[in-house]
Design a protein around this ligand. Structure first.
Ligand SMILES: Nc1ncnc2c1ncn2[C@@H]1O[C@H](COP(=O)(O)OP(=O)(O)OP(=O)(O)O)[C@@H](O)[C@H]1O
Length: 487
């Protein structure tokens, strides 16, 4: 049995490391089997009853809670595409006919990663900026995050130097009408809001300064703002701006309407191989991009993957993202997803994200995480250090091979940490039929389109939360403002 001190947790346990325990797998509801529209081998179970994660509570000590889950009745199933059609949509022929040089839609499916992680960024336009004046109705108002007026182009400048978008103090509370809560976290909550200028919908993350300071998250919060300000990628959330009042910090982001991948996964129990592959491939491109900027993400998990209304992923919650050119030591993340070198308080590098990608793929394919053990973080840590993974027989051999190479404690063998970096992940056999260029430009049809009406502030795919009782924007002493001068 490992002790807290053996894990180095006594000193550096981050307040935000715990995750709601895995709920016992639910019974597949045979009565509704037919409605999935998929055959027995590829079906995505339709569940009459699902377990939901318990949202991460905050307590006095600042540890996220890992209490029991609520049981609720949910709507009928998410029904991703069948094996064959998704395989085609990934950019090549169905797997039985796939060859390394297969063609699709006139674009050669080389299986090679796109030439440059920044090549996908679209031209800046202003219509999506919350300060823009209303334009003619647009059916996809939040679908293409791009920089607006007053923004500098994000990412890299012409000579390779980093260029930051101007996000500081760009907006105020009075620019938005606040609506319901979309999600809660350890230090605050995320609201659906509407811009009073262009009438479009956005998501605003509100963090209580006192809470952030109390939970020693000042650096992470400033990092979150700085990292989000830097990045621009089809599968990463766009930050439009930040501001603050005497008590709170505000981060204005695109509203991603399709809900969390977590909810879809729990409703589905587990994803068919090609569905998991589609989401894993979009995440892999985003990680490749972040790592090219020397940013480690450090909190990969289905709760932080949102689906846009077309079904493409957006990674949100950059609360643990950090620029790390070489190694770092901070213990943070979510227990099930932590790499062994993080658990054992060794210095670690970007490859922890590739380990987490392995855990994510495993969770998508199996419906549970490989080191889960009754919900106790300490047991999970022990299992991670043992690193023995039981692979169910239904996992595709290529997927198993990839998982073996990602979920390995041996850093000299972990895919993504080898000589060719992320290329070795993208070029793995499991991803053979993925046309990376088409994927990056969102030309590949997602396996599942969330049932949501775009552009009208439809938050029906998000859980309901008790609303904030404390009014935002109150005047008063600002005891903590000096910690957050960037906002
Ligand atoms: N841009 C967005 N559009 C729609 N919903 C969002 C958006 N950003 C966040 N959410 C919702 O709010 C939830 C909490 O957001 P986020 O994870 O960023 O907060 P947090 O305080 O960092 O949470 P945690 O403590 O779990 O890390 C998300 O899980 C998601 O459901």
């Amino acid at each position: 049995m490992l002790t807290t001190s053996a894990l180095g947790l006594g000193v550096r346990l981050d307040p935000a490391v715990s995750r709601a325990p895995w709920e016992a797998p639910v019974q597949y509801n045979r009565d509704v089997e037919g409605s999935s529209g998929l055959d027995e081998d590829t079906f995505m179970p339709t569940l009459g009853s699902v377990f939901k994660k318990k949202k991460k509570d905050k307590d006095e000590k600042g540890h996220k809670d890992a209490g029991p889950a609520d049981t609720i009745l949910e709507e009928p199933p998410a029904t991703p595409s069948t094996e064959g059609s998704l395989s085609q949509s990934l950019g090549s022929a169905p797997s039985t006919a796939t060859t390394a040089n297969s063609h699709s839609g006139g674009i050669i499916s080389t299986g090679k990663p796109p030439p440059s992680p920044t090549a996908s960024t679209g031209p800046p336009t202003g219509k999506d900026d919350p300060m823009a004046t209303p334009t003619a109705p647009d059916t996809a108002p939040n679908a293409h995050p791009t920089a607006g007026p007053g923004h500098k182009a994000p990412g890299h400048g012409q000579k390779g130097e980093t260029v930051y978008r101007t996000t500081k103090g760009k907006y105020t509370l009075s620019d938005f009408t606040f609506q319901r809560t979309l999600g809660t976290g350890s230090f605050g909550r995320v609201h659906l809001v509407q811009s009073k200028h262009n009438l479009r919908f956005y998501a605003v993350k509100v963090l209580k300064k006192a809470q952030v300071v109390k939970m020693k998250q000042v650096e992470h919060t400033n990092d979150e703002r700085r990292m989000l300000q830097r990045v621009k990628h089809p599968f990463l959330i766009t930050l439009w701006g930040t501001f603050q009042d005497s008590r709170n910090l505000y981060m204005v982001m695109d509203f991603i309407e399709g809900g969390e991948l977590f909810s879809l996964l729990r409703k589905s129990q587990r994803f068919p191989n090609p569905v998991a592959k589609f989401y894993a491939a979009e995440v892999a491109l985003a990680l490749d991009y972040l790592h090219s900027l020397n940013i480690i993400y450090r909190d990969l998990k289905p709760e932080n993957l949102l689906l846009d209304r077309h079904g493409h992923l957006k990674i949100t919650d950059f609360g643990f993202a950090k620029e790390v050119p070489d190694i770092t030591w901070t213990l943070c993340g979510t227990p099930d997803y932590l790499a062994p070198e993080v658990v054992s308080s060794k210095g670690y590098n970007k490859s922890v994200d590739w380990w987490s990608l392995g855990i994510l793929i495993f969770e998508m394919l199996c419906g549970y995480t490989p080191f889960w053990d009754g919900g106790s973080p300490m047991k999970i840590y022990e299992n991670i250090l043992r690193a023995k993974v039981k692979y169910p027989a239904y996992i595709h051999p290529d997927a198993m091979d990839l998982l073996h190479q990602l979920i390995t404690p041996d850093l000299t063998k972990r895919l993504g940490n080898l000589f060719h970096g992320s290329r070795s992940v993208l070029e793995h056999a499991w991803f053979a039929e993925v046309n990376w260029e088409r994927l990056l430009s969102k030309q590949i049809e997602p396996p599942y389109v969330p049932p949501v009406r775009g552009g009208i502030g439809d938050a029906s795919l998000f859980d309901k939360y008790p609303e904030e009782t404390e009014e935002y924007g109150k005047d008063g002493p600002d005891q903590h403002g000096h910690y957050f001068t960037d906002f």
